[in-house]
Design a protein around this ligand. Structure first.
Ligand SMILES: C[S@@+](CC[C@H](N)C(=O)[O-])C[C@H]1O[C@@H](n2cnc3c(N)ncnc32)[C@H](O)[C@@H]1O
Length: 260
């Protein structure tokens, strides 16, 4: 099967590496796993070997025969859905059962799904962990700390009610064909949601603050009603820039504004 550039296809075939990736979420024996973008099924095979019950969503019809073969080798343990993961309701597909997510997706689809999985008011989510391959630069943005150029919306989103860590770096040469940049796997687990904070408000604040990240907060947060008063109330200097504001400070700001 030739790799399609349009679908962001870079495949992994190294069974040892795939076993290590499948081990990142911990023991998967009889656990429900949602895999997005299985391609011809390298990681899928490792997940099935680890004892998982896998539901896989793949857009490319050409992958279906290889996945069907894998399903025959592990009867009743692999459910393949052909479609666009961005358009499907994952909770419905998983019949309301909690599940671990593993995926190796093209950048745009991976980031869109990541933002979706971490957003919304309902918490804890139905997923128990996200184990996701990203280009290394995006992975670093997800685990970034304040006062660094990588710190931004993705870091706050990933860290305010979840724990995010860099689980593994993957060299570009591990893929067929090799992508231009290095990759890394991020592992995220849900944590307790801070009380009295609306997720929508936190998202709105980070969007405004990092939308103009070079500007001082008193300028970038102007568009959020009450934000300048909340800064004053919390003793956060309005002359600071977004990248100096810690995740806890964003949470306090969102709490102050959620109450109003
Ligand atoms: C980078 S490849 C990885 C394939 C395989 N997991 C591996 O590691 O070898 C990404 C896969 O995601 C699929 N894909 C891309 N966009 C998708 C979408 N929106 N929904 C479902 N699958 C998608 C591609 O067809 C491709 O098989």
């Amino acid at each position: 099967m030739s790799a399609s550039k349009a679908l962001g296809q870079n495949f992994l075939f190294d069974a040892q590496l795939l076993d290590r990736i499948a081990a990142i979420p911990g023991d998967l024996a009889d656990k429900a796993v949602l895999e997005i973008g299985p391609g011809p099924g390298g990681l899928t095979r490792a997940l099935l070997k680890a004892g998982a019950r896998v539901t896989a969503i793949e857009m490319d019809k050409r992958c279906l025969p290889a996945l069907a073969e894998l399903g025959d080798a592990y009867p009743g343990r692999l459910n393949v859905i052909q479609g666009d993961a961005l358009k499907l309701d994952h909770a419905e597909i998983m019949n309301g059962e909690s599940f671990a997510v593993l995926s190796n997706l093209p950048y745009n689809v991976g980031t869109a799904l990541f933002v979706r999985w971490l957003g919304g008011e309902a918490w804890p989510p139905l997923w128990t962990s996200l184990t996701l391959m990203f280009q290394q630069e995006v992975a670093q943005r997800i685990v970034a700390q304040p006062d660094t150029s990588a710190y931004g919306r993705l870091a706050v989103l990933a860290q305010w009610r979840a724990r995010a860590k860099l689980a593994m770096k993957v060299h570009r040469s591990a893929f067929t064909p090799p992508p231009k940049v290095m990759s890394a796997i991020v592992h995220v687990e849900p944590a307790a949601m801070p009380e009295g904070v609306s997720a929508r408000m936190l998202e709105r604040l980070t969007e405004a603050a990092f939308g103009q990240r070079r500007k001082m907060l008193r300028q970038s947060l102007k568009s959020v009603p009450g934000a300048l008063e909340a800064l004053e109330c919390l003793g956060i200097d309005p002359q600071r820039r977004a990248e100096t504001v810690s995740v806890d400070e964003f949470v306090s700001l969102a709490r102050e504004l959620s109450a109003g």
